[in-house]
Design a protein around this ligand. Structure first.
Ligand code: C2E
Ligand code: SIN
Ligand code: SIN
Ligand code: SIN
Ligand code: FE
Ligand code: FE
Length: 407
């Protein structure tokens, strides 16, 4: 008698899985990785939609969603990623059941689940979005030590006629096997995120306003602005994925150089004197010092951003030097226009938006209208006009990010 179900997967599919995993293992940023994992799993199982929940304590946090019917052309960028929905890890919900028991579930019709089952389908998302969930395939994501990471949920297996039909047992095995191996990459992405959070803690201990929510927001705004910029400029898909991957983390570290600034300046409750402001400007140099000898694309981008995020489009920013110059401040020679790296042009806007809309020790939050008016007025002066245009195009996403990390 068989005691344990074996995964029966064809040699051909196994080959495909190995090739996909090889790609996944180059990705370090968590969101990029979740996006790739979901794309590949949906493809294998012909699913119209899917989402990923990550475990945090006794809850599952809705972390990623894709849906070809609802947002067909919206690769990665959508405001649903930034929703704060959570699900308890218990037997009453589908995702909770899978996380709790470690079993995969195949549901043929979400609206006709046997009432004897401990779980029920939560139709909230369908109700909000006017989407109709029918078939579902839900698999656990666990670490190699069998600790729970989260849940991968695929929705509506689509046939050649475009109808939603049940997922097969075979597709369940295929996706479960893929998810099992992909978990290693997720674990590693979580580890890198943890290291970056620890680096950021160094500044946060000294500068209480440089909070985790602030850096999360700046990282997320930057990635979404880049996404739209890259689509406009017809950047190849793979390149977009790679750049997003490094940009999100590097943008979060833009002010890491504030660790080098004296407390009396960093924590000052009012306006800086001219001399103090000159001292403060050195945070871009101290930040760049961290990443001066690049070991990876990630270091190079962090260097660009830390050094150049206070440059201005019209050339009136600081520090006005390049990689081959001695690292110092040249108040006469700000970089100008496109000679400021794209990454820094994006982070400049993301950072100022967040500084203005938030409270700082030295200023109250501005009204949203005032902030937007200011940003519009600085197109072509402080900011790259195209980046300003994109910012307004995606402003609903910017808002969704702000409300996710409100504080
Ligand atoms: P931060 O607080 O992250 O601010 C980032 C940028 O947002 C600033 O860069 C500036 O371009 C913009 N910004 C912030 N507040 C205002 C404002 O009230 N009005 C306008 N028009 N723009 C604003 P900047 O000026 O290069 O400053 C860099 C950093 O220096 C700031 O980072 C902050 O840590 C510090 N800082 C700047 N001004 C003051 C100040 O008056 N008092 C104190 N204590 N710190 C300041
Ligand atoms: C397909 O969409 O792959 C064909 C339809 C089916 O297998 O049910
Ligand atoms: C990474 O690339 O994994 C981040 C650490 C680094 O190389 O600086
Ligand atoms: C402000 O309202 O003080 C600034 C508006 C702007 O700079 O355009
Ligand atoms: Fe800064
Ligand atoms: Fe900042």
């Amino acid at each position: 008698m068989p005691t344990r179900k074996k995964f029966e997967v064809s040699a051909e599919d196994l080959h495909i899985i190995l090739a996909k995993l090889e790609q996944l293992h180059h990705v370090r940023d968590l969101n990029t990785l979740l996006d790739a994992l979901l794309t590949e799993s949906r493809h294998m199982a012909h699913a119209d939609a899917g989402s990923i929940f990550l475990a945090e304590g006794e809850f599952l946090k809705f972390s990623y969603v894709q849906n070809d019917t609802l947002f067909r052309n919206d690769f990665l960028s959508n405001k649903y990623i930034y929703s704060n929905q959570t699900v308890s890890i218990d037997l009453t919900s589908l995702a909770g059941y899978v996380a709790k028991t470690g079993e995969s579930l195949l549901i043929d019709d979400a609206y006709a689940i046997d009432s004897q089952k401990p779980y029920t389908f939560n139709a909230t998302f369908d109700d909000i979005s006017q989407y109709r969930t029918t078939s579902m395939l839900i698999v656990p994501l666990t670490t190699s030590k069998n600790e729970r990471l989260g849940v991968l949920e695929l929705i509506n297996r689509i046939n050649d006629q475009g109808e939603a039909i049940p997922f097969s047992e075979y597709e369940k095995n295929l996706v479960a096997l893929f998810a099992f191996y992909a978990s290693v990459a997720i674990e590693r992405a979580l580890l890198l995120r943890n290291v970056v959070h620890k680096m950021l803690k160094m500044t946060q201990i000294r500068d209480p306003e440089e909070t985790q929510p602030h850096v999360e927001r700046v990282g997320a705004y930057a990635v979404e602005i880049y996404q739209r910029w890259a689509e406009r400029h017809k950047v190849p898909h793979d390149e977009i994925v790679t750049f997003r991957d490094v940009l999100s983390t590097a943008a979060m570290l833009h002010d890491i150089g504030k660790v080098g600034i004296a407390d009396r300046i960093l924590q000052k409750n009012g306006p800086l004197s001219e001399e103090e402001y000159e001292q403060m400007k050195w945070h871009v140099i101290y930040g760049a010092e961290f990443f001066r000898n690049p070991h990876s694309e990630w270091d190079s981008l962090a260097y660009e951003i830390t050094l150049n995020h206070h440059e201005k489009w019209d050339g009136t920013g600081y520090p006005g030097i390049g990689r081959n110059d001695p690292l110092t401040i040249d108040n006469r020679a700000g970089k100008k226009g496109n000679s400021i790296p794209l990454s820094a042009r994006i982070v400049a806007l993301a950072d100022v938006y967040d500084a203005l809309i938030s409270k700082r020790p030295y200023k109250d939050p501005w009204e949203e209208d005032r902030v937007l008016h200011h940003i519009r007025g600085q197109a072509g002066k402080h900011f790259d006009p195209e980046i300003v245009e994109i910012f307004f195009e995606i402003y609903d996403i910017i808002r969704a990010i702000r409300s996710k990390w409100e504080k």
